[in-house]
Design a protein. Structure first.
Length: 60
């Protein structure tokens, strides 16, 4: 048997948690876009790869 009753408090808590999570996701996406991380396709020297890794670590 399926329980079709809804708990108002549980529903409100889930909705609140979802809205909070979505807000945090938006903030993180905006911050990442603002940082404009460099793309990495290839490196002719190891130092190029190391510099890219350092840049990405600074962002996160």
């Amino acid at each position: 048997m399926v329980n079709t009753r809804t708990d108002v408090d549980l529903s409100a808590a889930v909705q609140n948690a979802l809205q909070t999570s979505l807000l945090q996701i938006r903030v993180e996406i905006r911050a990442e876009i603002r940082e404009k991380p460099h793309s990495f396709e290839k490196a002719t020297a190891p130092v190029d790869a190391e510099n890219w890794i350092s840049h990405m670590e600074n962002i996160f």
